[in-house]
Write a protein that binds this ligand. Structure first.
Ligand SMILES: Nc1ncnc2c1ncn2[C@@H]1O[C@H](COP(=O)(O)OP(=O)(O)OP(=O)(O)O)[C@@H](O)[C@H]1O
Length: 384
């Protein structure tokens, strides 16, 4: 339905979008994540037709709508849009707001569509209300209904929930996904909020300095990040450094990790690997020891930052009814499902997802272990 093929957008000498390719099948919902200024809105504006391309193509339903020498006007693209500040018309009723874009439809068709959408967004009977008589969440639902009323081919949403509080945002994200699926609308959402992206998206991607680093399912972004920056941006975790040795083991601050895929990596290769909080569990009997530096309450779990005796910090989760305190000494045991390993170019080494590594018991001393590797440049803007 929507295909971007190696698109480039520059403002003067500034390259804002660089070689972005992505695809959405009909009815799929995509989400673009990334730090402020990475080019998300510019990309959305290009898809809407408000912004031209220097290179590449944008295709909708097998028809090229943008290229270096073509720009189909926005009104001919059949696109609906919802923006954070996409205010409702204050002097129009809810029904008039929703049917605003249905000029070609008959009065009866408009009425039927308004009734249908109000029911779907859980606001039946609100036809005669005015925007000031609605809560922020209700207004945003109406803005969505207005964008959906003319049955667009594609819906673009730019931070549509960012002015709402976190709880409402999460609820709306789920509701909006259901609505889009019912309406079989293809949609692309830009957000800062990865929980929102996870709740809504079939496909998601992380942009960084104009590049789309990965475009896959939310599950893959979290569990199989293809780039260190994606690993850092999505979810919690730390990147630790290790060195592959001739016997196919990874000498690491957590001990020796063994995995068949390491046998294909040359002896002495420095790598980094991702350690999520659920990859490490507290274990009083473990020889891997550390001290709790910080504790964050996460409802069912506490998230602990633990400084190992080697000086390296890792994160671990523990049920919140088994509370440990800052300053406590703890034992930790690595418990990996799979490994995510990055080479020196920050890109993922394939082959580590199929099975868990064998962790050989940790043997001190670790004082010579390399420190946690600083990321190239941290794009952190986390909400998870
Ligand atoms: N018309 C323009 N002329 C020049 N520079 C622009 C223009 N529009 C955007 N930019 C620049 O392009 C970069 C990307 O902006 P964009 O709004 O796409 O980022 P974003 O990822 O959506 O950020 P945010 O999450 O903060 O909204 C920014 O550095 C911005 O200043």
């Amino acid at each position: 339905m929507l295909q971007l093929d190696k698109i480039h957008i520059s403002f003067g000498a500034q390259h804002i979008v660089r070689g972005v390719s992505l695809q959405l099948e009909a009815g799929e919902i995509g989400c673009l994540l990334g730090p402020s200024g990475c080019g998300k809105t510019t990309l959305l504006r290009a898809i809407a037709g408000f912004q031209g391309l220097q290179l590449g193509t944008i295709t909708m339903a097998n028809e090229c709508v943008s290229s270096a020498n073509q720009l189909t006007p926005p009104e001919q693209r059949g696109i609906g849009m919802v923006f954070q500040d996409f205010a409702l018309f204050p002097h129009l009723t809810v029904a008039e707001n929703i049917s605003f874009g249905m000029r070609k439809a008959s009065a009866a068709e408009r009425r039927a569509r308004v009734d249908e959408l109000l029911t779907r967004i859980g606001l039946p009977g609100y036809q005669k209300r005015y925007p000031h008589e609605l809560s922020g969440g209700q207004q945003q639902r109406i803005a969505l209904a207005r964008a959906l009323a003319p049955k667009p081919r594609l819906l673009l949403l730019d931070e549509p929930f960012s002015s709402l509080d976190a709880e409402l945002r999460e609820r709306l994200a789920v509701e909006v996904r259901e609505l889009l699926k019912q309406e079989q609308i293809t949609a692309l959402l830009v957000t800062h909020d990865q929980q929102e992206a996870f709740a809504m998206a079939d496909k998601a991607g992380v942009m960084y300095q104009g590049e789309l680093l990965q475009w896959e399912t939310p599950y893959q972004l979290y569990h199989q990040p293809r780039h260190q920056l994606v690993a850092d941006f999505i979810g919690h975790g730390v990147l630790l450094q290790g060195t592959v040795n001739a016997s196919g083991s990874l000498a690491s601050p957590l001990g020796m990790l063994e995995h068949p895929s390491l046998l294909t990596v040359p002896d002495g290769t420095p790598v980094s690997f991702l350690v999520r909080p659920d990859d490490i569990v507290p274990d009083a009997n473990s020889r891997l020891r550390g001290r709790i530096k910080a504790r964050g309450f996460r409802g069912a779990h506490n998230l602990y930052s633990v400084q190992l005796n080697s000086g390296i910090e890792v994160l671990t989760l523990s049920p919140s009814h088994e509370q440990m305190n800052v300053g406590d000494e703890v034992g930790l045991r690595p418990e990996f499902d799979h490994l995510v390993v990055f080479a020196a170019d920050h890109c993922e080494l394939p082959g580590f997802h199929d099975q868990a590594p064998l962790v050989r018991p940790f043997t001190p001393p670790v004082s010579t272990a390399p420190p946690a590797q600083p990321l190239p440049t941290s794009p952190k803007a986390k909400s998870a």
